[in-house]
Design a protein around this ligand. Structure first.
Ligand SMILES: [Zn+2]
Length: 415
């Protein structure tokens, strides 16, 4: 049994192969995105699901499925292994008997990005990389800074000017050099970064340009399948910015199916804001690549406000088509309502995460989800990092009371 069954990279576009000990971002031959390949035949022969049932709870219990060569350089803060919470309010209200929330608000820095950065930073450490760059709408920057600092890697984070002050400050708190990034169109950022790879050779941690970050998102598939007794859910609903989460999860489910550990695959559902939503719009037009659409400043869902996906969102679109999934666009009003619903479930979800529940409500109404299906909303980030959204979602009135018993009893009687 090996520590990892990763074998090499293959380019999405030109199919060239590259060995994994090189510090690569995109394909040196054509600039395409690189995908890690695994020796699934050997995994099938040597591994069994029961092996993983007895291991400790973090996402590192699945290390055979990641590209790290050994455990010597793992940087872990206990990421992954988050609770799967069954809905007791929203599900019944929507007529759904099996609605679940995968609660990644409980991650070390408060978002699902910790899965990707625990892996990508550990991998970079193993390669001897000492300096790295990413850009962020907030959550990824915090995560990169936290793991990078622990690894002794110098981190630079370009944080979008749209990110709220709490998210910006957390990135600095965790020890990154930060710059507020100003732009008119999101594609200015991607072309700047792609040129940075070619001309500066600085190792980047941007989703997909970094070829290993999304490998950690495969852990959603492993954890969910294990939590359901080695069965896949029917539907997995995820907020989509660049789409590392949904693409990684889909890859993980495909691996488990190929290993014979699960018998079916879920439909993958991408959720984006009505104000932008380039990938969902492209999907609805039957396109395999998305352009720019909409205005990123016009949605409360900052973590998925991007209006111009990396490499046209082709991987996300492929996951949606191949899984017979679909996409939903949600408004701020629907998101705030879903945040309040999730509060009653005991979960404080940031707007982009609450959007998954808003999307489920739409999909039920429009007949894309059946009442008895097993549905998982991935709650990717905590609302605590976007306090202004909490205030909006919790719009309930504050009652006034003087510290006086008679007033208290009158108040309680009036409620
Ligand atoms: Zn290539």
């Amino acid at each position: 049994m090996k520590w990892s069954y990763a074998t090499h990279y293959v380019c999405d576009d030109c199919s060239a192969s590259f060995e994994m000990r090189r510090a690569l971002n995109t394909c040196p031959a054509c600039g395409g995105l690189l995908e890690v390949q695994y020796d699934l035949d050997a995994m099938k022969a040597e591994l069994k699901p029961e092996l993983f049932d007895g291991r400790e709870g973090s996402m590192w219990r699945w290390h055979e499925f990641y590209p790290l060569r050994s455990g010597d350089h793992v940087i872990s803060l206990g990421e992954g292994g988050t609770p799967l919470v069954r809905s007791i309010h929203a599900g019944p209200l929507l007529g759904l008997s099996q609605l679940y929330f995968k609660n990644d608000t409980l991650m070390p820095t408060g978002s699902f990005k910790d899965r990707g950065f625990s892996l990508a930073v550990s991998f970079a450490k193993e390669l001897g990389i000492t300096e790295g760059l990413t850009y962020s709408s907030g959550n990824a920057g915090s995560s990169f800074a936290a793991y990078g600092s622990r690894a002794g890697i110098r981190t630079t984070v370009l944080v979008e000017y749209l990110a709220n002050p709490v998210k910006r400050s957390m990135i600095s708190l965790y020890g990154a050099r930060t710059a507020i990034l100003h732009f008119r169109e999101m594609n200015e950022i991607t072309s700047m970064l792609e040129r940075g790879v070619r001309e500066l050779g600085l190792y980047q941690f941007v989703n997909f340009i970094n070829p290993v970050r999304h490998e950690a998102m495969k852990s959603y598939a492993y954890e969910l399948s294990q939590q359901f007794g080695w069965e896949a859910p029917d539907v997995v609903v995820q907020p989509v910015g660049t789409g590392g989460g949904i693409w990684g999860a889909w890859k993980g489910f495909r691996e488990l199916k190929e290993l014979g550990w699960i018998s079916s695959l879920p439909r993958m559902v991408a959720v984006q804001p009505e104000a932008t939503g380039p990938i969902v719009r492209a999907f609805r037009q039957g396109l395999t690549s998305a352009g720019s659409y909409g205005d990123s400043t016009r949605t409360i869902a900052q973590s998925m406000a991007g209006n111009s996906p990396i490499q046209g969102g082709r991987r996300v679109l492929k996951a949606m088509y191949d899984s017979h999934g679909f996409g939903e666009l949600v408004t701020d009003e629907q998101i705030l309502e879903a945040m309040a619903w999730l509060g009653r479930e005991g979960i404080s979800a940031e707007p982009a995460s609450a959007a998954t529940l808003a999307a489920v409500a739409i999909a039920v109404r429009e007949g894309r989800i059946a009442p008895d299906e097993r549905i998982v909303c991935v709650i990717t980030g905590s609302a605590l990092k976007q306090p202004s959204a909490i205030e909006k979602a919790a719009a309930g009135t504050s009652l006034q009371l003087n510290a006086n018993f008679e007033e208290l009893s009158r108040l309680l009687a009036s409620l």
